[in-house]
Write a protein that binds this ligand. Structure first.
Ligand code: FES
Length: 157
């Protein structure tokens, strides 16, 4: 899907904040993913053209970072931290509960296409583990009640 003029304008703003076009690659990919929900081959090719990079360089960055999706996923993402502090404070239980509530395993999207459930590394809130990021918000000291509220909110979006 070709980029809209609004997206191109936002991408140009991102580029203008960086010394070189190459150094804007990750934030530009984030901007494009925010628009489409994932990064198609066409989107990555367009990013390569805008940033004057080889398409394979863009693709290797997009496939290296877990935060980028190169296949369509749910509209909203739940990122559950599974790193040490969260693991010690019940991330596995949280994972089971979220999986049960959504009817998916980590890495999968709900059947209505609304939510994708992903694992991630430390979200920098280790002191209040277990932690997850849903949409743009960080939720810590997770309990069943908090998880219920978060999922309800994402489903209503
Ligand atoms: S280990 Fe989970 S936030 Fe740091």
């Amino acid at each position: 899907m070709p980029f809209s003029q609004q997206l191109v304008d936002r991408v140009n703003v991102v580029i203008s904040k960086h010394e070189t076009k190459r150094s804007a690659l990750i934030p530009v990919l984030s901007e494009v993913q925010n628009e489409f929900g994932w990064l198609s081959v066409e989107s990555m090719t367009e990013v390569a053209q805008i940033l004057e990079l080889h398409p394979s360089s863009v693709r290797s960055v997009a496939t290296f970072y877990t935060m980028f999706f190169t296949k369509p996923v749910g509209k909203r993402v739940i990122w559950l931290c599974k790193t040490l502090s969260c693991a010690l404070r019940g991330a596995d239980k949280v994972e089971r509960y979220v999986s049960e509530k959504l009817g998916v395993h980590t890495g999968e999207t709900t059947s209505d296409g609304k939510i994708v459930f992903m694992e991630t590394e430390c979200l920098a809130s280790c002191g209040s583990a277990p932690v997850m990021l849903a949409g743009d918000e960080l939720y810590d000291c997770l309990s069943r009640n908090i998880i219920d509220e978060v999922i309800e909110k994402l489903q209503a979006d």
